[in-house]
Write a protein that binds this ligand. Sequence first.
Ligand code: FAD
Length: 284
Amino acid sequence: MGILLRLARQWIAGENAQQGIDQVKAANSKGILGLLNLLGEHVETREDIEATVQEYLKLLDLIDQAKVGSQISIKPTQLGLNINFDYCLANYLKVAESCAGHANNYLWIDMENSPFTQSTFDLYTKILTKYPNTGVAIQSYLKRSEKDVKNLIPLGAKVRLVKGAYNESPDIAFKTKKDVTENYSKLLALLFTQSTKENFIAVATHDSKMIERSKELAKENPAATYEYEMLMGVRDNLKMELVAQGKQVREYVPYGPKWLSYSIRRIREKKSNILLLGRSLFVQ
Ligand SMILES: Cc1cc2nc3c(=O)[nH]c(=O)nc-3n(C[C@H](O)[C@H](O)[C@H](O)COP(=O)(O)OP(=O)(O)OC[C@H]3O[C@@H](n4cnc5c(N)ncnc54)[C@H](O)[C@@H]3O)c2cc1C
């Protein structure tokens, strides 16, 4: 496990919160903001969920104490969405309240697989009415997402647009890379053209074409506020190019003992990551 952890370090900051903070500090020194996430999903017991809530509260303190620029991002099933909606909502509200008290930090809600899509939006809209510094991810591979974007924008939603990471059925999801990207482009246009000052757009992709498209849209819609978000360890040169162009860039920094399943997902996304993994065996 020790060697594997060393290899996975390209995509995860380490096993504990302090290592997450250290990674964000390094990113901040290059002009990149952080988005910290404690790895894990489908937490099964209330005891473990309570521990997760406490971990995020501690993380917010650490962000303040270390004076790093970072927000946090949490998966709904980490806070009990697979157990009970109201219980999960109460847990999110605890973290959102603490976020608001920490120099107006920002809470992002990750989007998981489709059984949780609607309940995640229901959670989000409830949290948003009380805590405006809250955002949610929307997946362009889902056919429903256009409707979701249209419903959420008038509510003042902050949206992180991603392509989507789970394996969904063709009944509900676009399955080809081309269709997913076309829908991404369409949703980007909707977000940029319809956003008001209440909204915020996180363009969360490593796809250069979509990033170029967002730059055009930003020029045509100067009122829209936005940033770029990418994963730690992916397209670091592109992040620096955007920083040099004066763009706001944020890096998703996962940490925690459950690093293995996250690393496997990164490898599935892009087979050449195996080469990266292999290379880091030799290039220290
Ligand atoms: C900040 C952030 C938050 C996210 N949150 C969620 C979420 O809440 N829910 C969810 O379902 N998904 C989430 N994702 C994952 C997302 O859905 C995609 O699975 C992932 O970002 C890959 O899609 P892409 O847009 O980068 O495009 P792709 O079409 O996969 O990639 C475009 C190009 O980027 C490069 N690239 C992409 N991935 C890699 C990689 N791993 N290593 C090296 N190069 C790569 C390649 O050059 C590739 O051709 C998030 C992603 C980011 C960046």
